[in-house]
Design a protein. Structure first.
Length: 393
């Protein structure tokens, strides 16, 4: 059982959390350590701003559409590939509009090359990672929205790094473009394909970088050539539960899938596992998630990492089922995921039998429940572990 959490408030009004002695407490961090901004990139601009930028360079307005087609339809920013542009202007346009933002420094493969994790170095040597997963009938990319994370969840590798900085829209979109490109060019076994799904489940708290993330989403769903033409329902924004930002997302009118990282149904334990819970309680967060469903019609996903003897008790499954049902039926489903243990952590994944019981209890309450795929866990998929390792070197 978790020891109760004592709450204090820092000078900034940010609640500081004092978890039990077993875990090293980290303060919540709302402001990034680094403030330097990456260079402005074509993908940071709205379609109108793209036109204004090319005109500013002395080009015809329609060049903006040509560049957009290169970037979003052919997944290229290389002037040599832009053969429909006059050679004289290609280089100048590409150099100004497509400054290099992310550089792959490590690539790890699993599942016969159908799972690929890439470590990227950014312009200031901040590091992020993305994971591409190809299944028989779909492809999913997990992207990072921040370098590091300030949410301090003790079981998460990224949470231990603290927040370095927010990514820009283009830094996020460049991860996406790289995935589209390698699928399109047939670099992933199974023949050329398109990216179907995108999850903001890499490094960072997407709703703490709201503006860049929502602008990314706009470009993902915009039809070609101004965007990638993805379906909003195939985009998942995962959050620790930043209630005001969840409300803002609700009213955006873009029906992305919302995933809420709950991990405990009771405030005592959740405040330890997801420290932002000291600011917004389980009930407040679930009410906000329920409203997301009401307004968007999108069923909310509840993420629940099953941690041995920590949050995997049958009574907690019952309490979770009751709290979800108290807010109506059919609005939510639960994705338990066996904990992917992080280096140095004393926590491990729940026993298989305990996991089965947890799932059975939730289903007994009528809650649709599916164990989340743990693909890539052998390459420390999507939990900030690769970047953490690099920092130790
Ligand atoms: N900050 C966002 C998104 C990034 S994490 C969020 O917290 O939702 C994506 C998911 O992976 C979250 O549900 C997170 O709680 C979970 N996660 C983090 N570390 C994990 C680990 N070691 N094992 C299993 N799931 C983990």
């Amino acid at each position: 059982m978790a020891t109760p959490t004592a709450r204090t408030t820092t000078a900034l009004g940010v609640p500081a959390v004092r978890p039990s002695d077993e875990t090293k407490p980290l303060p919540l961090q709302m402001a990034p350590r680094r403030r330097g901004k990456p260079p402005k990139h074509f993908a940071d601009l709205t379609p109108d701003e793209r036109v204004a930028s090319v005109v500013e360079m002395g080009e015809k307005p329609f060049r903006a559409k040509q560049l957009a087609a290169h970037y979003f339809t052919h997944f290229t920013s290389d002037p040599a590939e832009m053969t429909d542009l006059p050679k004289s202007t290609r280089d100048a346009l590409a150099t100004t509009m497509f400054p290099p933002l992310i550089r792959p420094t490590r690539r790890m493969e699993a599942d016969g090359g159908t799972t690929v994790k890439t470590l990227w170095h950014l312009f200031d040597d901040a590091k992020v990672e993305s994971v591409l997963m190809r299944y028989p009938n779909r492809t999913t990319l997990c992207v990072s929205s921040q370098a590091g994370c300030g949410m301090a969840c003790p079981f998460c590798a990224t949470g231990q790094l603290g927040l370095t900085r927010n990514l820009s829209t283009a830094e996020i979109l460049e991860q996406v473009r790289a995935a589209f490109r390698s699928l399109d060019r047939g670099e992933i076994p199974g023949g050329p394909a398109r990216l179907n799904n995108l999850v903001f489940m890499g490094m960072g708290e997407p709703l703490a970088n709201y503006k860049a993330v929502i602008e990314t989403v706009r470009a993902l769903v915009a039809p070609a050539p101004q965007g990638l033409g993805m379906s909003a329902r195939n985009i998942t924004v995962s959050t620790v539960g930043l209630v005001p930002a969840m409300r803002r997302l609700t009213d955006e009118g873009i029906p992305v899938t919302l995933a809420l990282s709950l991990h405990a149904p009771d405030d005592d334990l959740r405040s330890e596992l997801v420290p932002i819970n000291t600011r917004w309680s389980v009930d407040e967060t679930l009410d906000t998630a329920r409203r997301y469903f009401e307004v968007t019609g999108r069923r909310v996903s509840i993420e629940y990492a099953l941690i041995k003897d920590m949050n995997d008790h049958a009574w907690r499954a019952d309490l979770l089922g009751e709290k979800l049902n108290a807010r109506g039926r059919g609005w939510v489903h639960v994705n338990p995921i066996p904990l992917n243990p992080t280096p140095g952590s004393i926590w491990t994944a729940s026993e298989r039998s305990v996991e089965d019981e947890f799932v059975a209890r939730l289903r007994g309450h009528g809650i649709p429940t599916t164990i989340r795929d743990t693909r890539g866990s052998d390459i420390d998929g999507a939990c900030g572990q690769l970047a953490a390792e690099e920092d130790d070197e």
